[in-house]
Design a protein around this ligand. Structure first.
Ligand code: ATP
Length: 364
């Protein structure tokens, strides 16, 4: 157990923050601290470790240098990271940053069978939530055409530092019928022939990419992303063009160019067209939106409890970079669920375009 005085000091030094959800009070780490990653939740004896960062192999040849043993190939599902866990009699879902998420917690029983926690109360189910109706991600994954879905990709124990080996996790998922990320087998880094075919199939279906997990004690992992995913990120973030750092785009264009080399694409015309479209089509929409008054992202998500929808709105107002930018559109009961509709204002994009459309002079 971490002494309360240490936690107190971490809070005082702004490395951690006190939070609560209902009756449960906890502290979440804003930075890596005492060997625990950012996003770790602490409450008395309870430690819910943060989900660690996964490095990117930027070219397939990176796999040869980085992997020392055969690895499992899993789909990288595009959504937001959650950890689902039990404390006392309650089951919570936390986001990457370590906040208990009112939306995911409200919907937890739709995502996983909660009986797993009766048999294994100390497990933490790590997975991706995706779909067209989340409060965090614009756009959707082809894997979930409506509402939301959960895909398990790792299991850890409360207070533990390592992941379950992939085969153990998959056995657990089978026993409790937990939905998992799609799985594409085991590959030896000495013979990578199969991998480009897997990646290019995913690319053709506009899916995000793969996470490779070494079948060894060090359990090394790395991600590799498709060209289509780079394009769909560009198209989606161009909706808030001036509200994201420019490196967001420059890095993705570079990664796309490396991807095309990796896949040996010789006929590039279609890719050139798609890259132009990713930027210009989204910007055309934004200009039309600015003419109407504002550039904003629209979100809709459904809840079982009205109170959780209100909690989410409250939290969105607090998230750094979103202060004052979230606007409630409606909260209505429909067919037994509460539908929350809200907008996030993209302030810089709106300001720039409105000035330009309004005829202002700019010195650049
Ligand atoms: P990071 O800090 O790890 O770079 P990020 O927010 O930049 O995180 P990504 O670049 O999308 O995220 O890559 C890592 C994330 O991919 C993980 O945090 C997890 O949410 C997600 N993910 C999707 N599928 C898998 C999978 N099969 N295994 C592990 N993580 C996965």
């Amino acid at each position: 157990m971490i002494p309360e005085s240490d936690i107190h000091a971490a809070v005082a030094e702004k490395k951690a923050k006190r939070e609560s959800f209902g009756d449960w009070a906890y502290v979440r780490l804003l930075h890596d601290w005492h060997g625990w990653p950012r996003g770790t939740l602490l409450a008395g004896e309870v430690v819910i470790p943060g989900y660690p960062k996964i490095g990117r192999v930027q070219t397939l040849s990176g796999i040869l240098t980085q992997f020392h043993a055969p690895f499992w190939v899993e789909e990288k599902v595009d959504g937001y990271n959650v950890r689902i866990f039990r404390v006392g009699d309650e089951i919570y879902a936390a986001t990457r940053g370590g906040l208990v998420c009112p939306f995911t917690t409200d919907r937890r029983a739709d995502l996983v069978d909660p009986t797993i926690f009766s048999a294994h109360p100390d497990l933490i189910l790590c997975g991706e939530v995706t779909g067209p109706e989340t409060p965090y991600v614009e756009g959707t994954s082809p894997l979930v055409p409506q509402d939301i879905g959960f895909f398990l990709f790792d299991v850890i124990r409360q207070g533990g530092k390592g992941f379950f080996p992939v085969e153990e996790r998959r056995a657990l998922a089978r026993s409790f019928a937990l939905p998992e990320v799609p799985f594409y087998g085991r590959i030896d880094p000495k013979d990578l022939r199969e991998l480009p075919a897997i990646v290019s199939r995913l690319d053709a279906q506009e899916r995000e990419g793969v996470v490779l997990k070494e079948d060894s004690l060090r359990n090394f992992r790395a991600k590799y992303v498709t060209g289509s995913a780079e394009l769909s990120d560009i198209a989606s973030m161009t909706q808030r063009y001036l509200d994201v750092p420019p490196e967001y785009f420059t890095e993705r264009v570079l990664r796309l160019a490396l991807f095309l080399e990796d896949m040996g694409v010789t006929d590039r015309e279609e890719w050139y067209r798609r890259l132009g479209k990713a930027f210009l089509s989204a910007l055309r929409e934004r200009i039309a939106a600015a003419r109407q008054g504002r550039c904003a992202g629209s979100f809709c998500c459904r809840f079982h409890a009205r109170e959780n929808a209100l909690r989410l709105l409250d939290d969105l107002g607090q998230i750094h970079g979103h202060e004052g930018e979230t606007r409630l559109v409606s909260l209505q009961e429909e067919g037994g669920s509460w539908f929350l509709r809200f907008e996030k204002l993209y302030r810089s994009t709106t300001g720039f375009l409105r000035n330009a459309l309004g005829g202002s002079l700019r010195f650049d």
